[in-house]
Structure formats: structure tokens, C-alpha cells
Ligand binder design. Structure first.
Ligand SMILES: Cc1cc2nc3c(=O)[nH]c(=O)nc-3n(C[C@H](O)[C@H](O)[C@H](O)COP(=O)(O)OP(=O)(O)OC[C@H]3O[C@@H](n4cnc5c(N)ncnc54)[C@H](O)[C@@H]3O)c2cc1C
Length: 469
């Protein structure tokens, strides 16, 4: 029997524990898993808060169905029948730029008609196919990449909002290669994004003609998917299906490598022994745990910054809002000088997020471009969010329902040097056999990325166990 400790009960830790149990069963290996979580609840960034008939997501409000990982997990858990796809409204996404909301164009025709990007900006975008690819080894920022290939306007009005929507990040300080590895690859493989689109489009058509199955037609972004009880249904089902003991209120303070395994020192002064340990805690939490075992690895982990964020949920009686709310919501272009990063129209995306006759809007305030916002009082957060909603959506009324969530360290930022830092970390931790890493600090922040990384690490651990047993 091999005893394995999983540190952290967010989606990464829970899905790792689940994959470990499934793989061990398939390979006839005997393992015993314990999940240690510092908080008195499971889910980590995943938490669906129900109050006064509203369902407010504390962190993520779903996952995208254009990648298979989380869907496969839901199938394995037997909860796929309960999945809730965002309705057609969610296709309509908006960008606030130049003092107005523009619908984000979905087709080439809509793009030409759209006023989101000016004609000179569109022409500059079209020149992308003439730009020589950067085959250098430098870890380019997203902003440099966007300026070089797509032009300044596309950076302001397309890339900037996308980066704040996914990472609450600043494109000037984020690594293209680590944040969007696929985009980096497309430039390397095809010489540019337009060339890649044309060639991949041709390939898809040929595959369709040959009768082969072609990846989901959901479009590049996929469809936002959750559950009627909120995204927490996913982590709750994981906890329910795990054989592992899930110990909440069990923060790990220090990790001590031993002859054949580890001694984990907990915050409550007790210890837990395990032969294998997988960390699924945020990088800063692991920094503290590793300080004595490997100070250099701890320093590398401390170099992964996190962006803070306030999530502001406002509920209104529908009739108090004059504008049409059919849509996903909007993100704000760089340089608009607003307080918020954007607002999602949560009750338009999923049907049961607000009581009948009311609506739920969820705004984001802070991020890497405005980190000071985490220090604001609740009253000030509310005031600034209301000011933006008035300016952008014409909402004059006081919200009838308010809930504010604070994330002092919301989302890890993959800054230039992230990839080489991970390689160095891998080398250092290779010296501590039996210790594995997963979690959103390394290979992607989306729920799909977390589940994917967890599946990969669980397989590696099972291979390690197989060699031992
Ligand atoms: C506001 C917000 C909105 C988001 N929206 C989306 C979205 O719509 N779609 C999407 O796909 N992704 C979204 N994300 C990203 C996604 O939610 C996260 O990347 C993902 O949930 C992180 O999961 P994790 O398990 O890696 O980390 P976490 O959820 O942070 O879990 C880590 C766990 O480790 C625990 N821990 C910390 N220290 C210790 C310790 N010393 N000992 C034991 N346990 C410890 C923590 O308490 C926590 O439970 C969003 C994130 C945020 C913050």
C-alpha cells in the first residue's frame, strides 16, 4: 500500500486525487490517498454562493466545452446529465471602447462592418500575413507580440480585454509563450496567424469531406458550461466520489523529505506521513512549505506573482435597467480609464442565477493593471462599480442586492521567464523523489487546464508507484 498526500482541495487537488484512484484501480496498484486542505471547505477558488435567491460565483462561473478534459471528468463522475450550457445569449460578447459597447464580431463579415476597430486598424490587422515570424528565442510579452503582428489598436481593443478576462492580467508583463502556447506555436509552425487560420481551415474542410470527425463547432471560445447549482457542483461531486479522506482545516506548514517519503507538518502541530506528495496549492503557499527542504525551489516559486481582484455581484429588479441584456457581458478596452475590467451579465448566461423578475451582474475590479483596488473599502468598491455601470450601461439605480468577494491573490501571472523558471524548478524538485507539482500556477489557469495538468501528474505518480510496488 502506497500512501499519497494531496495538498490542496481546489479543482487541481481534487481532480488529481480522483485520477490517482482511477488509474490505480486500472493498474491494480494499492494506494491510499489523503487530501489536506487548509480552509474549512473544499473547492479552492470554486465556490457558488447562494443568497436571497441569487447564485453568485465567488471565482469561476464555468468551464469551456471546446476542450474535452472537464467534460470527460463530468462523464466519469456521472454528472454529465446535470451540465448546464450557457444559452444563446452568451454568444453575444461586447467590448467597451471609445465610450460605447461594441459587439465582438464572430465572422469576417461582421468584423468588416464592426466599428470596434477603425479602418486603418483593420488594414494593419490584415498586414499580419506579411509580417516575418519571430523565430528568436526571446520570451516575448503578449503586448509586444500583439503590437508586432496585429498593431496597437488590436492590442488595446482585442488582446488587452481578452487578457484581463482570462488572467486579470496586463499584456505588457505577460509571456505569450506561457499564457497562449497555441498562438506562439501557430506563428512558429505556419509563419503567422492568418496563414495558420487559412491552412487549418483548409485541413478541416478536407477532413470533413473525407468523413472524418472534426473538432467541436462551438467556435474558438467554446460554450461556457456549469451546473444549475453553480460550478461548485463539480468540486462537490469530486469530494463525494473520492474514496480518499479529505481533511479540511488541515493546512500544511512544512514539508520534510525523509528516507522513503515525507513528513508533513500541519498548522495544528500534528504530522502526516506519506510516501508520495503532490502539491496542488498556490505557488506562494508551496514557497513557505519548501523553505527548509529546498530554499532555491522556494525562491523560484516566490517569483510567480498573483493578480488581486474584487468580484462585485449586483442584483437589480429587471425593470430598473433600460438596456437589452441579451449577451454575455463586456470587457473594457485598455486605456478607457474605467475602474472595472468588465461586467458579466450572469443571469443572461445561465437561467437560474437570479430570482424571477431580477437580474444579476458580476463586475471585476482590480487585476494586474489596478492592484491597489484590493485595498479599497467595500463602500468604495461599490461606488466605483456603480459609476462604471452608469457610464457604460446607463444604470442609475442602487442595486437591490450586493455581494463583494475579495481575492487578494486571484490568478497567477505567467510573466516572461515563466517557462525557464518551470524548467529550473523541475530540475530542482527532481532531486526530491516522490514530490510532484500541479495547480494553476504552472500550465494554465482555466479549469480545463487544471484538470489536464492533474491527469498528467497523476499518470506520472502512478508510474512511480508501479516501479516501487
Ligand atoms: C475570480 C476568478 C474567476 C475565474 N473564472 C474562471 C472561469 O470562468 N473559467 C475557468 O475555467 N477558470 C476561471 N478562473 C480560474 C480557475 O478558477 C482557477 O485557476 C482554478 O479554480 C484554480 O484551481 P486550483 O485547484 O489550481 O487552485 P485553488 O483553487 O487556489 O486551490 C488551492 C487550494 O489549496 C489550499 N491551500 C493553500 N495553502 C494550503 C496549505 N498550506 N495547506 C493545505 N492547503 C492549502 C487553498 O485553500 C485552496 O483550497 C477564475 C479564477 C478566479 C479567481
Amino acid at each position: 500500500m502506497t500512501r499519497i498526500a494531496v495538498l490542496g482541495a481546489g479543482i487541481s487537488g481534487l481532480s488529481t486525487a480522483y485520477a490517482l484512484e482511477k488509474l490505480a484501480e486500472q493498474e491494480n496498484l494499492e494506494i491510499e490517498v489523503v487530501v489536506l486542505e487548509r480552509l474549512d471547505r473544499t473547492g479552492g477558488k470554486v465556490m457558488s454562493v447562494k443568497a436571497e435567491g441569487f447564485l453568485c460565483e465567488w471565482g469561476p462561473n464555468g468551464f469551456l466545452d471546446n476542450k474535452p478534459m472537464t467534460l470527460d471528468l463530468c462523464r466519469a463522475l456521472g454528472v454529465d446529465a446535470n451540465l448546464l450550457r450557457s444559452n444563446d445569449n452568451a454568444r453575444k460578447r461586447f467590448i467597451y471602447a471609445g465610450g460605447t459597447l461594441h459587439r465582438l464580431p464572430e465572422t469576417a463579415g461582421a468584423f468588416f462592418k464592426s466599428k470596434l476597430i477603425s479602418w486603418p486598424g483593420k488594414m494593419r490587422l490584415g498586414c499580419e500575413m506579411l509580417i516575418t515570424p519571430n523565430r528568436g528565442n526571446d520570451d516575448e510579452t503578449l503586448a509586444d507580440f500583439a503590437r508586432r503582428r496585429l498593431g496597437g489598436e488590436a492590442l488595446e481593443r482585442l488582446i488587452g480585454p481578452m487578457v484581463s478576462g482570462i488572467f486579470a492580467g496586463d499584456p505588457e508583463t505577460m509571456s505569450l509563450r506561457s499564457c497562449f502556447p497555441r498562438i506562439y506555436q501557430l506563428e512558429q509552425e505556419y509563419g503567422g496567424l492568418i496563414k495558420a487560420m487559412v491552412k487549418l481551415g483548409r485541413k478541416k474542410r478536407a477532413e470533413r469531406k473525407a468523413g472524418q470527425q472534426v473538432a467541436s463547432a462551438a467556435g474558438p471560445g467554446g460554450i461556457l458550461t456549469s451546473f444549475s447549482g453553480g460550478i461548485q457542483d463539480l468540486t462537490d461531486s469530486l469530494v463525494e466520489k473520492l474514496k480518499a479522506e479529505v481533511r479540511v482545516g488541515s493546512g500544511v506548514e512544512r514539508l520534510e523529505p525523509k528516507q522513503d517519503g515525507f513528513l508533513l507538518h500541519l498548522e495544528d502541530a500534528t504530522t502526516v506521513e506519506a510516501e508520495l506528495v503532490v502539491s496542488a496549492v498556490p505557488a506562494h503557499a508551496l514557497t513557505a512549505m519548501l523553505q527548509q527542504a529546498d530554499a532555491q525551489a522556494a525562491t523560484l516559486l516566490a517569483q510567480i506573482p498573483y493578480a488581486p481582484m474584487n468580484i462585485v455581484c449586483f442584483g437589480y429588479e429587471r425593470e430598473k435597467i433600460a438596456r437589452d441584456l441579451a449577451g454575455f457581458g463586456y470587457l473594457i478596452a485598455k486605456g478607457e480609464k474605467r475602474h472595472t475590467l468588465g461586467t458579466l451579465w450572469d443571469s443572461s448566461i445561465f437561467p437560474n442565477r437570479a430570482p424571477r423578475g431580477q437580474v444579476l451582474l458580476r463586475s471585476m475590479l482590480g487585476g494586474a493593471t489596478n492592484p491597489q483596488a484590493i485595498e479599497l473599502t467595500e463602500e468604495e468598491v461599490k461606488k466605483r462599480t456603480m459609476a462604471d455601470l452608469k457610464q457604460i450601461m446607463g444604470i442609475d439605480a442602487e442595486p437591490d442586492f450586493v455581494k463583494i468577494f475579495r481575492h487578494r491573490r486571484a490568478i497567477p501571472q505567467y510573466i516572461p521567464g515563466h517557462g525557464s523558471r518551470l524548467a529550473e524548478l523541475d530540475e530542482r524538485l527532481g532531486q526530491i523523489p516522490g514530490l510532484f507539482l500541479t495547480g494553476n500556477a504552472f500550465f494554465g489557469v482555466g479549469i480545463n487546464d487544471c484538470v489536464n495538468a492533474s491527469n498528467r501528474i497523476a499518470q506520472k505518480m502512478i508510474d512511480f508507484v508501479a516501479k516501487k510496488q
